[in-house]
Ligand binder design. Structure first.
Ligand SMILES: [Zn+2]
Length: 407
């Protein structure tokens, strides 16, 4: 019986090589198939051997032809069929470079780049700059590009997976810009007489000017985010009112808010000058976890979660502060020294449950800096620096998905 079985296999392989060169997967398929013919033979032992051999041969030949048709003809798609699978003509497109015979399939912002091959050839496909897959390649036939079905299906499945991953990715949903002081609280105020001209610098006005410019630049570049000002006129706000806006912003579980308070400095030492950015010191422990969420559960976990979140917010606040400082050095560094990053149990930012920093634009108590800050062009430069620093931080964090979901 085993001898007959071997004959069957060798006979079938002869047929394959006569009709078409067997490919790797077809050999595998044919070598699996004899098991069923073996079963056929054992159950029909009494039938004449020649008849069984013939039946088995016809059966396996038709099976082979069927699978050949299925694999070669039914699994090849035209461009239109391929694009349909990837979401339809207005959502998916093919960018084809005839010189390099390479193409990129694009659907919903996701890309799959390939170089066309020969019919039946597999090769590397770069999927959305994230991963490389070895897939049966598209090929040219009479000037038309043909797509193996498996190639398109794998790309479609990968794009779906990326879309799902991306929808869960952390993002910054809101940016709150807080111009310090306002209304009956002017902040620091200084009068100078420079070259016969009177200059009065008022912190609440300077920081409102800068905050509004930062707000309008951020709103233009992040239309998908809520960019808010705690005040856009000369009004007084309590400290609670300032952070309330940010703390009560409705957020999805993968979203975060950042908070940037803008001030101008003052010192008894009239020589003190320069800009600096403050973040909240980890020494000041905020109550960051909503305890009602853990009602009835083990209360010992709350301080641990609280300090974990505190660490993360501190790290993020430092990164945000450094991004802003870096841009301020580029923009204002020639005119005003960088006093660096500072930690404080700062009264304005300490109640904000989010990465939060306080920017001191410069010293109004220093005559040279007061003159600088009464110049619209200088304030525009500072505004651009703060805006770029925030944008750098947003881009970095949305790429790396660095925010916690604990709130
Ligand atoms: Zn201030």
């Amino acid at each position: 019986m085993i001898k007959g079985f071997e004959q069957e296999v060798s006979k079938r392989q002869n047929v394959f090589s006569a009709t078409q060169k067997p490919q790797g997967d077809k050999i595998t398929r044919s070598s699996q198939r004899p098991r069923s013919s073996q079963r056929t033979k054992t159950t029909a032992r009494s039938a004449p051997t020649g008849y069984i051999k013939k039946a088995a041969f016809i059966f396996s030949l038709s099976f082979f032809l069927f699978s050949l048709c299925f694999s070669v003809f039914a699994q090849i798609l035209s461009i239109d069929e391929a694009l349909d699978r990837l979401g339809g003509g207005n959502r998916a497109e093919l960018r084809w470079d005839p010189f390099f015979a390479s193409g990129t399939l694009v659907s919903e912002g996701y890309e799959a780049a390939f170089i066309s091959g020969q019919s039946g050839e597999s090769g590397m496909v770069l999927l959305d700059h994230r991963e490389i897959m070895n897939l049966p390649l598209p090929y040219l036939e009479d000037g038309n590009l043909r797509f193996p079905e498996n190639f398109i299906n794998q790309i479609r499945n990968s794009f779906r997976r990326y879309a799902e991953e991306d929808s869960n990715r952390y993002r910054i949903a809101g940016i709150v810009i807080d111009p310090g002081h306002g209304g009956r609280d002017p902040g620091t105020v200084w009068d100078y007489r420079v070259n016969g001209r009177d200059i009065k610098v008022v912190e609440k006005d300077i920081v409102l000017d800068v905050a509004k410019q930062v707000h309008s630049m951020l709103s233009a570049s992040f239309p998908d985010k809520q960019v808010l000002l705690t005040r856009d006129t000369d009004i007084f706000l309590s400290l609670d009112e300032r952070v309330e806006l940010a703390n009560t912003m409705p957020l999805a579980s993968n979203e975060a808010v950042i908070y940037i308070s803008i001030h101008a400095n003052s010192s008894l030492n009239r020589n003190a000058r320069g800009f600096e950015v403050w973040y909240l010191s980890p020494n000041y422990r905020r109550d960051l976890i909503d305890r009602s969420r853990f009602a009835g559960s083990n209360n010992e976990v709350i301080p641990i979660l609280n300090s974990m979140l505190e660490e993360e917010l501190t790290t993020e606040s430092i990164l945000l502060a450094n991004s802003i400082l870096r841009r301020m050095v580029d923009t204002a560094g020639r005119h005003s020294p960088n006093r660096g990053l500072k930690a404080a149990e700062w009264f304005v930012v300490r109640n904000a449950r989010m990465p939060s920093v306080l920017v001191e634009l410069g010293f109004l108590s220093n005559e040279a800096e007061a003159i600088l800050m009464s110049d619209e062009a200088y304030l525009k430069n500072l505004s651009e620096a703060v805006y770029k620093g925030i944008s750098d931080f947003v881009a970095f964090f949305e790429r790396s998905g660095g925010f916690t979901t604990l709130r």
